[in-house]
Each structure stands twice: as C-alpha cells, then as structure tokens.
Design a protein around this ligand. Structure first.
Ligand SMILES: NC(=O)C1=CN([C@@H]2O[C@H](COP(=O)(O)OP(=O)(O)OC[C@H]3O[C@@H](n4cnc5c(N)ncnc54)[C@H](OP(=O)(O)O)[C@@H]3O)[C@@H](O)[C@H]2O)C=CC1
Ligand SMILES: Nc1nc(=O)c2c([nH]1)NC[C@@H]1CN(c3ccc(C(=O)N[C@@H](CCC(=O)O)C(=O)O)cc3)C=[N+]21
Length: 283
C-alpha cells in the first residue's frame, strides 16, 4: 500500500480560501473586520520568524493585524497594561502572546489576563478547563490543526489506539484530550516513559510532539498507521521532525511532512479562531 501525504500546506490553502469569503461576508453584513494582535517580547529569532508568518497570513485573508514588538527588558506589569488595552480595543478580536516569554515574566499569569473571548491561542485556564470538560471553547491552534489533519484522512477515529508522544500544555495534553473526545483509546508518552517503542508499535494513530529529531524510528510504526509529526527542530539549517520520515513512510498509510505538515495548519487554525472570535461579536 502506497503511503499518502497529509499536505498541510494544501489543506491550509483550502481553509484559508474559505476564510477569505467569510471575511467578505462579515464586512458586508456587519461592517466588521476580524482583528488580531500579536505580542512579541524579546529577540528570540525563531519567534520573530513565526510572528511575521502570522502577520502575513492575517493580511492575506483580509484581517486587520497588529504586531507589538517589545524589548526583552519589558516588565510583567507593562505587558499586563498592554493586554488590558487590547482587551478593551473593539477593533481587536484575538490576542496572542508569542511564547516563550523572557525569564521573569509568568506565562500563566499573562495568558490568564487575556479576555477568554479573545484568547485565540486557547491558553487561558477558562478555555483549557472547557476543553477538559468537553465544552465549546477556543482550542489551541496546533492540536486543532492536528485533529483537522487526522479527520482529512477520512478514517474513523473511534476505537483506534492513538499514541501521543509529548505532554506539554500547548501540544501533547490538548491533542490527547481532543482524540479522547473523538473516542480514540489514548496513551500519552513522555520523557519518563519506559519502552516507548512498545507503545508506538501498537498505535493506529501516532502524534509526535517532542522536539527530538527522528526520535520515532520507521521500524516502530505499525503497518497502516496514521503518523502526525508536530516536531520541528533546526539541524544544520534544515527543519527536521520527530519522525524518521523516509522509513516511517514505508509503513504508514498517511504521514505529515516537516516542513509543510502541522506547521502551516497551526497558523490556519489561528486564523479560524480569530474569525470565530469576530463572529461571536456579531451575535
Ligand atoms: N508545528 C507547530 O506548529 C508547532 C510545533 N511545535 C514543536 O513541537 C515540539 C514539541 O513542542 P512543545 O510541546 O512545546 O515542547 P515541550 O518541550 O514543552 O514538550 C516536549 C515533550 O516531549 C517529551 N519528551 C522529551 N524528550 C522525550 C523523549 N526522549 N521521549 C519521549 N518524550 C520526550 C517531554 O516530556 P516531559 O514532560 O517528561 O519533559 C515533553 O512532554 C517541538 O519540536 C516544537 O518546536 C510546537 C508548537 C507548534
Ligand atoms: N503563543 C504562541 N502560540 C503559538 O502557536 C506558538 C507560540 N506561541 N510559540 C512557538 C510555537 C511554534 N509555532 C509554529 C507555527 C508555525 C510553524 C510553521 O508554519 N512551520 C513551517 C515551517 C517554518 C520554517 O521554515 O521555519 C512548517 O512546518 O512547514 C511552526 C511553528 C507556533 N507557536
């Protein structure tokens, strides 16, 4: 059986075209343009690249987009003041504070200051709590994109064994909750897991969100498995995922490439969440 590639770039393109039309309707019917503010503190090079990708994506679909680039000396209070201002700004429907934040700034405190209705990253405790309870909420972008990719395979998730490698609050944990909601049987692995290969070998769905290049070997993959690789790490100036792509492709039924898989979907889901936040204002 030939492996099929889950092309995150192509799927993103389709979804973004749909968003363009939705934005036009929102403008025509309600005079509202979805607005996103991205806040970047410090001079982390990768963060600057990601933020400019987000800004470009917003402009392309017709959103109003603002980027606040603050120096690394910014105090927690100054950042809270900016968030307060954005919380009260009618033009702004979504607020995202790019992670990681410089040392001395409490990430959870900052995220909990964003109005839950503008929390398009889904990192506010109200939104993570709702996700846990199975209630309607803003779902974090990378996990949301991963679920969308799995759904695009057309395979039924119910009863499948999904193995998630990684338990961070922004990828691994929410992905596991989403898969559980879809009735998968979910195993979460992490750095203390013994015999990782034994778990991966029994997985119908593998989601790798670790950040260790090619940790998941091709020979661990069960024949016919769906393999989603969220990992991105620069090695010799090349972006490498958590999965040994060539070898895993010989076993998988579906697989995501790195780059061009989960990454573009993350940004597309940010656009979807911002559109959703803007629409909620019209109700
Ligand atoms: N494409 C995209 O849009 C995005 C990609 N990413 C990428 O996804 C990856 C994960 O990101 P993030 O969740 O933020 O990372 P974190 O560093 O927060 O979490 C990594 C997780 O992997 C686990 N882990 C580390 N080493 C091993 C190992 N040898 N075996 C098994 N598990 C291990 C850790 O376990 P423990 O909890 O025990 O420490 C932890 O749970 C990174 O490469 C990141 O760049 C992240 C966000 C968005
Ligand atoms: N508050 C917050 N929200 C985030 O969503 C968030 C964050 N902080 N901090 C960092 C991570 C990382 N992240 C990525 C987004 C897009 C790509 C992406 O599009 N990657 C391209 C390649 C990009 C390249 O060439 O470097 C791809 O995989 O094809 C990757 C990673 C969002 N994050």
């Amino acid at each position: 059986m030939e492996v099929k590639i889950l092309d995150g770039k192509k799927i993103s393109e389709e979804i973004r075209n749909h968003i363009v039309n939705e934005v036009k309707k929102l403008k025509a019917n309600y005079g509202i343009t979805p607005g996103l503010s991205v806040v970047l503190v410090g001079d982390d090079a990768a963060s600057h690249v990601y933020v400019s990708m987000k800004e470009k994506a917003c402009k392309k679909v017709g959103f109003h987009s603002e980027v606040y680039k603050l120096p690394k000396e910014t105090t927690q209070q100054e950042l809270l003041n900016l968030i307060n201002k954005l919380n009260n700004d009618e033009k702004i429907h979504g607020i995202l504070v790019q992670l990681p934040l410089p040392k001395g700034i409490d990430e959870h405190l900052i995220n909990s200051h964003i109005a839950p209705t503008k929390d398009v990253d889904g990192f506010h405790a109200v939104n993570t709590g709702k996700l846990f309870l199975g209630k309607e909420s803003f779902i974090p972008c990378t996990p949301k994109g991963i679920l969308e990719l799995i759904k695009r395979t057309g395979e039924d998730i119910t009863g499948k064994h999904a193995v998630v490698i990684g338990r961070s609050n922004i990828v691994g944990k929410p992905v596991a909750i989403l898969l559980l909601k879809e009735n998968a049987t979910v195993t979460i692995c992490h750095s203390k897991t013994k015999n990782l290969d034994k778990y991966v070998q029994t997985a119908d769905i593998v989601v790798a969100a670790v950040g260790v290049p090619e940790l998941i070997k091709g020979n661990m993959i069960k024949k016919g498995a769906i393999v989603i690789d969220a990992g991105t790490r620069k090695v010799n100036n090349k972006l490498v995922g958590d999965v040994e792509f060539e070898e895993a492709s010989k076993k998988a039924s579906w697989i995501t490439p790195v780059p061009g898989g989960v990454g573009p979907m993350t940004i597309t889901m940010l656009l979807e969440n911002t559109l959703k936040a803007a629409k909620a204002q019209c109700e």
